[in-house]
Design a binder for this molecule. Sequence first.
Ligand SMILES: [Zn+2]
Length: 230
Amino acid sequence: METVNPHLVRIELSNVNAFLWLGDGGLTLIDTGYPWTYNKLLDELNTIGVQPADLRRIIITHADLDHIGGLKGLIELSDAVIACHAAEADFITGERPLPVRRSFSGRFAGLGNRAIASLYKPFVEEVQELLLDKEKTPEGFTVVYLPGHSPGHIGLYHKQDGLLLTGDAIINRNNRLSLPPRLFTLDERQAIESLAKLRKLTFEMACFGHGPCITEGADRKIKAFLDSLS
Ligand SMILES: [Zn+2]
């Protein structure tokens, strides 16, 4: 567990991150790890005196199993409102399966993921809050719609705190910025095009779905990474 700033705690769950936002309006969890890291998530929350029932809201960046895995368990123990992008909600309720990449290997990987999801059934009955691009959340985040890795993938930008949460739009595995694995990215060209939005934002810190946060000069580092893609 790592305190990123006075409002944000990073909770490392195996190789994926969840984040706890501690704001004036209460506690918000951002992403929930794998189904099999659920107990670790509860333990980590408990270490800082947080019980699932204390959560006011849960924001999901996208519906991959490593981000929604703890969701169902959490809402059985809390009245937290679930929020995600409008284009991602059906994949969180299981109404529709996440679309898979068209290439042979992508289809293979996607169908493998679906099989694992159907084994764990991580879906919830309802997503109460459907977010759209540029929408302001009660935490003070601005929703940054970054489709590509999945149809309704979002990042979260907190101007006041100088903070960007990228979800899996950019990851920082082994302290190296990269795109998420191509095999698990629905539309890589769209994913790269989406990232152009980040160039206009100013932020000192950035946190990622995978890997450590960058705590200084994050916007500069991300812009350099984007330059390296073109
Ligand atoms: Zn992920």
